[in-house]
Design a protein around this ligand. Structure first.
Ligand code: HSE
Length: 401
């Protein structure tokens, strides 16, 4: 028998509790051992639930119990999760987590500590919810140079953008609806400003390159400036707008970013709609692989955590290598990366547009007193220089190649 402790019994933690109990037979079979949840750490009470029988308040009860071999961290946030996870690893327990803030900030260090103790630090659920993406990157795509990872990595923003695309609604109306339905948090900042996707693409970029991509080096732009008018233009272009996390190997280095992009129907992620997540991985020999599925939610996320628990139980005293060193990976300055831009500008003066931007392609969405156009491919820096010469720019959205 293997004893497990769950730290935090909110949505994800209670999902882990549920799966280990309801799918007991299959999970035990896959693990090759019987799993028992010995403790759940939470400050709340769970009257009438079996959780109450194993509830503890003090992390030391878990850390100091030698019978606990695997700890599930489902608290979220960096602290106290970091302190708890580190002490569990130092005490010789494997840890499985869904916590992208923790993994993005301390992943490499926690992996090292786990390896020093012949234990495992696993985080399949931290990116893409129920989609297997960490294990494929780490264990399966080992023959390839990863040239690109492009992901729809946040369910909340994909839900909002999909609704705007399909129903022509404005951002605030859809956000309110998403909050009422429980898809978006009361404080949606981390999702709509792209911070959540930023941590997730930093984790994927670190795994793809074996060194630490600091999430603070990731250019991050959310979806709060996207309007229903932008979608009218997108529609005329036959495109949609998606928030994409991108890690791309360019001529001079790796560029990592999060930003809204205009996506063509041929793109493998174009049809990834609603709360669903999708990740495109481009390897230099395997070509394109696409992973699509539930990127958030109680059971999909808990499913990924339990798959890590099974992995940890299969490897109780041996570390399954995850190549991610603490050494920092210097990423290329985003301002040097090139792409086309869609621009909206007040007025109807094409001469002014062309004297600032040169050759452009106009898009007529029937909007009064403004022009919409697509530039030629240029660096972010070059775009900024040209944009400074043109008064009245309303917005600009990057065009995904
Ligand atoms: N808030 C996140 C999302 C949850 O909307 O995708 C999963 O990380």
């Amino acid at each position: 028998m293997v004893n497990i402790a769950i730290l935090g019994c909110g949505t994800v933690g209670s999902g882990v509790f549920e799966i280990i109990n309801t799918n007991q037979e299959i999970v035990n079979f896959k693990a090759g051992k019987e799993l028992k949840i010995k403790y759940v750490l939470d400050l709340r009470d769970f009257p009438g639930s079996p959780i109450q029988d194993v509830l503890v308040r003090d992390i030391n009860t878990i850390v100091e119990d030698p019978e606990v071999e695997v700890v599930v961290e489902a608290m979220g946030g960096v602290e106290p999760a970091y302190t708890y996870v580190k002490s569990a690893l130092l005490a010789g327990k494997s840890v499985c987590t869904s916590n992208k803030e923790l993994v993005a900030k301390h992943g490499a260090e926690l992996l090292r500590i786990a390896a020093e103790h012949n234990r495992n630090f696993l985080f399949e659920a931290s990116v893409g919810g129920g989609i297997p993406i960490i294990r494929p990157l780490n264990q399966h795509l080992t023959a390839d140079k990863i040239c690109e990872i492009t992901g729809i990595l946040n369910g909340t923003t994909n839900y909002i953008l999909t609704k705007m695309y399909k129903e022509g609604l404005d951002f605030n109306t859809v956000l309110k609806e998403a909050q009422d339905l429980g898809y978006a948090e009361k404080d949606p900042t981390a999702d709509i400003e792209g911070f959540d996707a930023c941590r997730k693409i930093a984790i994927l970029a670190s795994l793809a390159n074996g060194k630490s991509v600091d999430f603070e080096d990731v250019y991050t732009e959310g979806i709060t400036k996207i309007t229903d008018i932008d979608f009218k233009y997108a529609d005329k272009m036959g495109r949609s707008i998606k928030l994409l996390g991108k890690c791309k190997l360019e001529d001079d280095g790796i560029v990592v970013s999060v930003s809204p992009r205009l996506l063509a129907p041929e793109h493998p992620l174009f049809h990834v709609s609603g709360v669903v997540n999708g990740v495109l991985v481009r390897g230099n020999v395997v070509g394109d692989l696409v992973f699509i599925g539930s990127g958030a939610g109680k059971l999909p996320t808990a499913s990924a955590i339990v798959s890590d628990v099974v992995d940890a139980v299969r490897h109780l005293n041996v570390t399954t290598t995850i190549q991610w060193e603490e050494e920092k990976l210097e990423v290329l300055d985003f301002s040097k990366s090139k792409k086309q831009f869609f621009v909206r500008v007040l007025g109807q003066d094409k001469n002014k547009v062309e004297s600032a931007f040169g050759n452009v392609t106009y898009v007529d969405a029937g909007i009064q007193n403004e022009l919409g156009f697509i530039t030629e491919s240029m660096s972010e820096n070059s775009y900024e220089e040209k944009a400074a010469k043109l008064d009245g720019i309303i917005t600009r959205i990057r065009v995904e190649a």
